[in-house]
Design a protein. Structure first.
Lengths: 337, 337
DNA sequence: ATCCGCGAGTTGATCGATATTCTTGCGCCA
DNA sequence: TGGCGCAAGAATATCGATCAACTCGCGGAT
């Protein structure tokens, strides 16, 4: 900057108001004992100069930045985007500013972005839907960086996630109650692995509990970007499923497209249940019946855990929170014909 | 933190490798002249200790943080969310990390979040859809903080926005070509004021250009959250509009809901054109004809301007960029019956 | 008269890096 | 042999805050 505007420092304020910088510091932080008259003089100098304390200098000395990093894999997924917003609000409410990093699932990028966060000395990191290398997590934990994992799982770190077993069970039972017996599970290939596995297992157990037998070929991935091949045989068969549980709303909504392009109406031919409860699922034109994650609670719990970890360090054992989802019935599910 | 993990500093590396910290610094920054053998010794010490330079200390000395703040008013609006993602990617590509602040249109919050960004000494700020107090902007400019405004306008700052006149004209001409003569404009009440005004004016002029006369009562706000009252009389009238231009896709999609709840089918009874080109507008079930903003160009231009302003300061006059949108025709518009 | 305590404020060390200036040793040339 | 130049690295000031330790003056108790 050539026409640089030299920001006033604490020394400038001290000089102008005729006190020492300690006194200015005390006034700014409302600590120590400062007489009213001195305080007024300092405040006036502050206003006159437009002084704003330099967080960089404070951060260096206090070894604390009030910054938290949020690393999110798949922002295309609206649920993550909505959750990040909630986390940002919670963080702001606790005096933290968030550094958001989208990695788009690129592992290399992920490592370098996290590296940048650590150089900035963030107080903690939220790993949202962390798809990446487990070694990265191990390293963070080894360095005692406060970390909270959201919608993903590790026994060594603080975790918050929805209860997949309960959620999938809600979905399956809903379909069963509507009379469906041929039920498939459509998975999102870019979904975080531990969550995907949990939901796949939960699905099979839920079927068994309902007296139905899972078919291996009816747990299938659908990637709207790529070829539609893997899922089509299942849909085109004469005895195609009449009910589908989708791994998440993003997949479910794309699946509606695919089904209807292939002459299968939702819910007339196939009932569809999503998972997440993103905003647009509630649009009348979409009307997705879905397992709703308690988004605000998720965000709040995340910041409670992170703040606790920042305060107390790693003395206490990792905390794991499973939140209970709920089913919202809309128009994508109907009685089996 | 009680079980604190003391991060290694440049001094620790210097001690371990038996050199001065200047040399370590030179090795880390690949500057100065360091012999290969010394370099190797230092690198080994770095690896052994897990040393990572402290950006806080560097920032303090260099008066540069490589942080940019992004202040966004209305993240409920998917377009903003998608644009923030693009900006984040562009920033990361240029070595900046972004601090994202959602203000939700709360002016008080906005000022305090910007204050926090300035305390963190961000290198620059992106104001996206800045709804807030013009005094805040004036202050930023007075303090010579590099600022770029996106999707909003000020003659004193660098601005990037879509060309509202061209966009609205595309929408109106499309409806006119389909035979519509009774065309309304539905505005988003939380939309940033300069953009709203620009679109309202553009709408009226586009009508005139098409030989139609604007009706004042047909430029009306719709807030899905509040009462639906203000817009219903227009829709219930016998000579209700047969074409609607919505201020943005968010409003358009909520408007579909409202129309269909009131027995007006889209596009059968009313054709609807949106503005923005958010992802879900392309879903078959939505099929919104819309004026698409060049999202990536918008994000790229934003960071080009911001980077330039950070480098060169305020020697050069503000730059204003108007980007040309395009129309994507889908199924929400049809020939007038 | 002496001492204590306290309010009000100052001094100075410190955080962890960068960058400028300074030192040292060595080879080379006149 | 003396002096010069340069490569390699060391010393040190600096950024802008915080905080513990210290000073100073004054009023009241003994």
């Amino acid at each position: 900057m050539t026409s640089a505007f030299k920001r006033p420092t604490i020394n400038d304020v001290a000089a102008l108001s005729g006190v020492s910088k300690s006194t200015v510091s005390n006034v700014m932080r409302q600590s120590g004992t400062v007489s009213d008259s001195t305080r007024a003089r300092v405040m006036e100098a502050v206003a006159q100069l437009g002084y704003r304390p330099n967080a960089t200098a404070r951060n260096l000395l206090l070894r604390r930045t009030n910054l938290v990093g949020v690393v999110v894999g798949d922002v295309a997924n609206a649920f993550d985007a909505e959750l990040v917003t909630g986390i940002e609000r919670q963080a702001a409410g606790r005096g933290y500013t968030t550094l958001v990093c989208n990695t788009g699932g690129d592992t290399r990028l992920e490592a370098s972005r996290i590296e940048a966060l650590l150089e900035q000395r963030v107080d903690g990191i939220v790993l949202l839907d962390f798809t990446g290398d487990r070694a990265v997590l191990a390293q963070l934990l080894a360095e005692r960086v406060p970390v909270v994992m959201v919608s993903c799982w590790s026994e060594y770190a603080d975790c918050v996630a929805v209860d997949d077993v309960v959620g999938i069970d809600l979905a399956v039972r809903h379909l069963v109650e509507l009379g469906h017996e041929r039920i498939a599970h459509v998975v999102d290939p870019v979904m975080e692995a531990t969550t995907r596995r949990a939901r796949v297992e939960a699905f099979e157990r839920a079927l068994l509990r309902a007296g139905l037998s899972p078919r291996a070929e009816w747990t299938v991935a659908y990637d709207p970007g790529n070829a539609e091949a893997p899922i089509l045989p299942m849909l085109r068969a004469a005895d195609h499923p009449t009910g589908i549980v989708a791994a998440n709303d993003y997949t479910a909504i794309r699946l509606i497209e695919l089904l209807e392009r292939n002459g299968l109406a939702v819910p007339h031919d196939i009932s569809l249940v999503g998972f997440d409860g993103i905003d647009i699922a509630g649009l009348a034109r979409i009307g997705l019946t879905t397992v709703v994650q308690p988004r605000d609670t998720l965000a709040r719990t995340t910041l409670e855990l992170l703040a606790a970890r920042i305060e107390t360090g790693y003395d206490e054992a990792p905390q794991q929170h499973r939140l209970i989802p709920s089913l919202v019935v809309r128009t994508s599910t109907a009685l089996r014909r």
